[in-house]
Structure formats: structure tokens, C-alpha cells
Design a protein around this ligand. Structure first.
Ligand code: SAH
Ligand code: SF4
Ligand code: F3S
Length: 512
């Protein structure tokens, strides 16, 4: 934190009538607390036991809060945020609000934000600029900022200073407090700030309204303890904490009974699942081995950390069935030296050995990855090691990023001798390889018959249907609307870099 930020953060604390005791006493789950974020507190680990709550309820006093009112949530970032949005939508609906997609008719707008890179944050500040005009036209509109950005002091300070029309800011640990926060925002003229910088708990009985009825997300764990030196997530999401297997299994069974075709198990580091249990030895492999017995066609999980990917999990995934043949396995860099300063806790050889084991057990597996280029002081040779690793593994696809310094992380303090022009050029070179290999992998599908989970009409042409294979390849084909929500067989006729075209070989029996 620099001097300016230090004074700014003091100003925030001084301008808030905070009762220090209640700020730290998170046991007051359903009482009024004001708190500004602290990355320093968010970094602490190990002192607080995980509390499992099953006692969420909508208080009588809030029952009619949403009557005649509408809500809109804009979501940025990863699936964890998408799923948090489903929970917040559930709370809004329980309060009697109706959903809308029209900013002109909504009474509340929430921005569920992402802090992973600077451009993610810039998008949100850009959106706040637009919302200012809307607020001027409609002063009764409530505007809220939540999600990972609200866990950062610098963001909260900037909003307090430059975007005073914002009515509420609340953190990722405060979602269950939404009814109280809304109530405070309606009553108060000041901005309501409630961001707990704690290790985190688990609340089991929060309501949810899922987006769609074909694919569902199920959290299996929260938080991250890996502290990769570039990453803000351990600060914004708290420590690794696992949901109990019985709660997860019940939720997946429930989705299966409702006719969902695919479930994605979610966590920032799902391979650490169960490590925090003190009463039993139970990991992701054990969980997957139980979930695969549930009658649901497709089970995925994300995101895998290579370090904790164990043999038990490989053995279970090799059983196939509804466990799909696609694994997202972020590598970040192909250079052992860079991986070391990233604190990824594996080196190039260990990663390649893991890939070898996975491929031996699941011969038709497709792998995708995340890569950061331009890490502080990354040399040309180190970057070339990333290119060579990419080719050696032969990934189906990758998300590629230029390193973005995040305040509060160790990497942000490193002196960096790589100019932005070099980083951009490396990203282009990497993307050229990514595209080339993706196109090759797509071509392998030509002439094959694949199973496609049909999600809806194609974005560009309502006469064409679009869906995904088990390997997460987008397939476009002509078919009847009754195929939407089902898994159908499609013969691939044409392969592009990022999608496939095909023709349906199944005939759907019309049930309606
Ligand atoms: N938990 C996941 C990653 C979640 S963040 C994992 O460890 O694999 C998604 C991706 O964003 C990361 O894999 C990384 O490639 C990228 N990322 C994270 N922090 C970044 C930063 N500061 N700059 C650029 N990319 C970053
Ligand atoms: Fe970030 Fe690393 Fe945790 Fe992934 S494992 S969320 S990259 S700290
Ligand atoms: Fe972004 Fe937070 Fe996810 S920083 S990537 S929304 S965990």
C-alpha cells in the first residue's frame, strides 16, 4: 500500500461509524455490521474454524421488501461468480422481487464483479460510469457493487470517492446478508459498506434460482489457500473449505431428478477437496466415485490444480461413464523457474508426468489450460519453454493472459523488466500456436459421430441449433427445436478453429 492509499483507507475507516468489536465479531450473522475490506485480514489463515450454517431465513420484516420491485444482476468473472449470482437471484425472489433484463424498469442493479486482472476491473468502472446517468434519471434506483472487487480496499476507496451514487458495497462473505444490506440502503442516505475480510464459512440453505434447466453448477468447495504469487483469489474468497459430501450428493441428485443433463462441480482448486475435513479422509476422487453413480448424463469439474491431482482421482475418472473426457488443467507456464516464482508448487517435469499418467489412464482425454505470459522478468527462453510444453501436451484449447499486477500480491512488488510490447508479442505468438493446435484437434472430429448436449438456437442463426460435446466443443447443426435440452447424435461435416458443423443423425421423438 502506498502513502496515498494508506491515508485513503484511514479516511474510509474514520468516515464510517464502525464499532470495532462488531466489525470483527462475525458470529453476529444476522445483525447489522458495517465493515470496510482489509486485504491484510483476508490473507490470514488457520485461526477461524469453518462454521457450517443451516439457519438462513428471510426475516418477517423483509417479507414484502420486493413487492412491485424488480432486480437485475450483471455478472463478471468465473463460474463461482455466476453461481453466486444464482444465489443472490434466489434471495431477491424470496424477498418478492421479480427479475428483469431492462435497466430502464429495474429498481435494483447489482454488479457482481471480478478482480482477477486489471481489465476485468476496468470493465466494471466503465459500467459504473454508465449507471451514473441512469441514477440521475431515476434517483430511486439502488445500485450495488459486490463480488471479488468489493473485497479490495483500493476499489472501495475509489467508489467512495468517485462514484458516490453507488448505494451499497458488499463482499463475497456477505451474500447471505443481502436482505439486511438492501434494507439499510433503502433507509440510509450514506453508502452502505459491508465487506467481511474473513476466512469464510459455509451456508447450506441459501435459496438459488438457476440460469437455465439444462446445465447446473454445484459448489463443492470455496476459497483458495494456494497463494500463487500473482493471484488475488485467496484474498477475495477466503480459505479452502469443503462442503460435506452428503450435501453435494443431495444437490446433484436433486438436479438429476429435475432433468438437468450436466453438472459442473465448482471450486477454485477442486483437487484440494476434503483436505480440510478433520473427521475423515475423503478427497475429490472419492466424491466423484459416488457422484458418477447418480443418473445424470454428464459430470464435469473445474478448476483443477495440478499439484493436488492424485492417482485416486485418475483411477476414478478412468471409469468414464458420465465423467466426461475433458479436464481443464491450468499450467500457467512451461518454465520450471517461472513456476517456482509463481509458487505453483510443481515444475515442468512433474506437470508433464501428470499429463502422461492422465493420458495413459484416459486415452481419449482432451486437456485445456490457462497460461500467463509476461510474468515479471520472464525471459525469451522461458517463454519458449511455454510454447514447447504447449505443443508437447497438445492441448485442445487454452485461455491465455498477459500478467496483470494485483495490489497486495507478492508479484505486484517485483521489479519487471519485460516491456508491454514484448508481452503483447508473446501473447500473439502463443495464441498462434493455440489456434493452430485447436484447428488440428477440431479436424480430427470430421466424419465422426459425436454426442451433443443441445443448449439452444445458435447466436447467429435461429434456424441452427448449438450445443457442446463431452470435450466441450461447440457444434452447430440443423435440427428440430425439440432437441433443445437433450443429447443427440451429430455427424461432423466441417471443422473450424473454434467450432464444428454437423448434421443430426438421431430423430427426436416428438413428445408434445
Ligand atoms: N484456480 C484456478 C485459476 C482461477 S483464475 C487455477 O489455479 O487454476 C483463472 C486464471 O486467471 C488463472 O488460471 C490464471 O491463468 C489467470 N490469472 C490469475 N491471476 C492473474 C493475473 N494476476 N494476471 C493474469 N492472469 C491471471
Ligand atoms: Fe489463484 Fe493459484 Fe488459487 Fe488458482 S490456485 S485461485 S491461480 S491462488
Ligand atoms: Fe474473478 Fe473472483 Fe472468479 S476474482 S475469476 S470472480 S473468484
Amino acid at each position: 500500500m502506498n502513502e496515498k492509499q494508506r491515508t485513503e483507507s484511514q479516511q474510509v475507516k474514520e468516515s464510517r461509524p464502525t464499532d470495532k468489536k462488531s466489525e470483527k465479531d462475525y458470529s453476529k450473522y444476522f445483525e447489522k455490521t458495517y465493515a470496510a475490506p482489509s486485504l491484510k485480514d483476508a490473507k490470514r489463515r488457520g485461526k477461524e474454524a469453518v462454521q457450517y450454517h443451516n439457519d438462513f431465513s428471510i426475516s418477517e420484516q423483509f417479507r414484502d421488501m420486493g413487492k412491485g420491485r424488480k432486480f437485475l444482476i450483471r455478472t463478471y468473472g468465473c463460474q463461482m461468480n455466476e453461481h453466486d449470482t444464482e444465489v443472490m437471484a434466489g434471495i431477491f425472489m424470496a424477498l418478492g422481487y421479480e427479475p428483469t433484463t431492462d435497466v430502464k424498469e429495474t429498481n435494483v442493479i447489482l454488479l457482481n464483479t471480478c478482480a482477477i486482472r486489471e481489465n476485468a476491473e476496468n470493465k466494471v468502472f466503465g459500467e459504473l460510469g454508465h449507471l451514473k446517468a441512469l441514477k440521475r434519471e431515476n434517483p430511486d434506483l439502488l445500485i450495488g457493487v459486490c463480488g471479488c472487487m468489493s473485497q479490495e480496499e483500493s476499489v472501495v476507496n475509489r467508489i467512495l470517492q468517485k462514484h458516490q451514487f453507488v448505494d451499497m458495497i458488499f463482499g463475497t462473505h456477505n451474500i447471505h446478508r443481502l436482505p439486511n444490506i438492501l434494507q439499510d440502503a433503502y433507509m440510509s442516505k450514506e453508502m452502505v459498506v459491508e465487506v467481511w475480510s474473513k476466512e469464510g464459512d459455509i451456508i447450506e440453505n441459501l435459496p438459488k434460482v438457476r440460469k437455465g434447466n439444462i446445465k447446473g453448477w454445484v459448489n463443492i468447495m470455496y476459497g483458495c489457500d494456494k497463494f500463487c504469487t500473482y493471484c488475488i483469489v485467496p484474498f477475495t474468497r477466503g480459505k479452502e473449505r469443503s462442503r460435506r459430501p452428503e450435501d453435494i450428493i443431495q444437490e446433484v441428485r436433486h438436479l438429476a431428478a429435475q432433468g438437468y443433463q450436466e453438472v459442473t462441480l465448482l471450486g477454485q482448486n477442486v483437487n484440494a477437496y476434503g483436505k480440510d475435513f478433520t473427521d475423515m479422509k475423503y478427497g475429490l476422487g472419492d466424491l466423484m466415485d459416488e457422484i458418477r453413480k447418480i443418473d445424470i448424463p454428464r459430470i464435469r469439474f473445474t478448476t483443477s490444480h495440478p499439484r493436488d491431482f492424485d492417482d485416486r482421482l485418475i483411477e476414478v475418472l478412468a471409469k468414464g461413464g458420465n465423467l466426461v473426457d475433458h479436464i481443464h488443467l491450468p499450467v500457467q507456464s512451461g518454465s520450471s523457474e517461472v513456476l517456482k516464482i509463481m509458487a505453483r508448487k510443481y515444475n515442468r517435469e512433474q506437470y508433464l508426468e501428470l499429463v502422461r499418467k492422465i493420458k495413459a489412464a484416459i486415452p481419449n482425454v482432451s486437456l485445456t489450460t490457462d497460461i500467463i505470459v509476461g510474468y515479471p522478468n520472464e525471459t525469451e527462453e522461458q517463454f519458449e519453454e511455454t510454447l514447447s510444453l504447449y505443443k508437447e501436451v497438445g492441448y485442445d484449447a487454452a485461455y491465455t493472459f498477459i500478467y496483470s499486477p494485483r495490489e497486495g500480491t507478492p508479484a505486484a512488488k517485483m521489479v519487471d523488466n519485460v516491456p508491454m510490447s514484448v508481452k503483447k508479442e508473446r501473447l500473439q505468438r502463443l495464441n498462434a500456436v493455440v489456434n493452430e493446435i485447436s484447428a488440428q484437434k477440431m479436424l480430427e472430429h470430421k466424419g465422426q459421430i459425436v454426442d451433443v448436449l443441445v443448449e439452444g438456437e445458435s447466436k447467429n442463426n435461429p434456424d441452427v441449433l448449438a450445443g457442446y460435446t463431452t470435450k466441450s466443443k461447440l457444434v452447430n447443426f440443423v435440427g428440430p427445436k425439440s432437441a433443445i435440452g437433450q443429447i443427440v447424435k451429430v455427424r461432423i461435416t466441417d471443422a473450424k478453429t473454434w467450432s464444428l458443423n454437423g448434421e443430426m443423425v438421431d430423430q427426436i421423438i416428438e413428445v408434445k
